[in-house]
Design a binder for this molecule. Sequence first.
Ligand code: ZN
Length: 473
Amino acid sequence: MSLRRVSSVLGLVLLAAAPSALGQAAGPGRSGDIATAYRAPADSLIRAAIADSSAYRRLGRLVDTFGPRLSGTASLEAAIDWILDAMKADGLENVRGEPVMVPRWVRGAESAELVKPRAAKLAMLGLGGSVATPKAGITARVLVVSSLEELTRRAAEAKGKIVLFDVPLTDYPVTRRVRTEGPSAAARVGAVACLIRSVASASIRSPHTGLTVYDSTAAKVPAAALSVEDAMMLHRFQDRGEPVVVTLRMSARSLPDAPSRNVVAEIVGREKPDEVVVLGGHIDSWDVGQGAMDDGGGSVAAWEAVRLIHRLGLRPRRTVRVVLWTNEENGGKGAQAYRDAHAADLARHVLAMESDNGAFNPKGYVLAGSDSAAAVVQQVAGLMQPINATGVQRVDGSPAADITALGQAGVATMEIDTEGSRYFWYHHSDGDTLDKLDPAELARCVAAMAVMAYVVADLPDALPHSAPVSESP
Ligand SMILES: [Zn+2]
């Protein structure tokens, strides 16, 4: 999952301060001239990152061997074991799995069939967290609506029907509401099941899953995503006045919480080991495809960044800590567990960075933090000129889900700003496989994370905290 918007720049402000002003804001004379002080190690990190395809090979090994990694599955835990062993072999320090209890949802067999006006199989994926249908399935007339608001207007027509939300993806946090809130909205007006149009920006009839969240005040009705093409076809039938009947069969169930782990490894700081720069991704994924883009790529980019800092013999003043959070997709329990386990030292976290927008070509960084933190980050980003990834965009709330709690504690939070045009082609679908990422682009993400993490961890002054910030919408 990602918190970022598709292509909208709403809420984003391009930082445009002059370098001289930035130097002053960073603290006169103390952080000094970052460009001069860190040019050499930054160039070394960039050169080493882009010299080969080791990150891509490692990601391939991860996703081909273990496949998708839904919370509560043996494949997720086996992947975590493999990563912990590999991190120890890399020579990283304090390698450990920090325990987390995670929800366990099992998809089971599922299907959707068009009964009227003609018999046809529909391309579907149940939504994460959905309940099952009765064994025989649910066969009902379909009411297609174009928005949550339209359902409210047409509430009287929904009773006993399957409601289909045919809502195109515009802005992810906005469109995602249909997936999270649609099933309960449909139940409240008497619908027996809920379908949504997949949240996708392009489709070759691929259904895209994702989490739905039942409101405790409404009945729980089964919920699934149809491919964009199928949702549009059903809408056309309705527009022509042809009654649409669908049979939905789902056997999904929720089981008791299961043990999982956040993967943690460090390079311990040489002067201020208690001050920490965190970088990571989420190691869990949905149960389709390989979770290569979301978020195997981000996880491996962060891991490789730390491995690279270690391999070049760089030991920054502060500790650099890679964290691969578990259960981002259907619970966020990994992020909560990290916050709770480290509650006493959140004040000594100086930066939290995540890559969860697909490890595509990096353009720079998205930052939520104070003006003074932004001024420093802008200078560090300038070191990425060799691969043209110097941009710094500012947002108000945390740019990535797993670091939201850290941002709320005042820690500067950051996401790698990657070229996002293909992200929602593959997101949460069977198409999320290794081949969708590019070795050279992934290597540049490694460089972007390594340079930012190393320099911020090594600066004489800690990156300033801000007043606690709120979660993005
Ligand atoms: Zn994700």
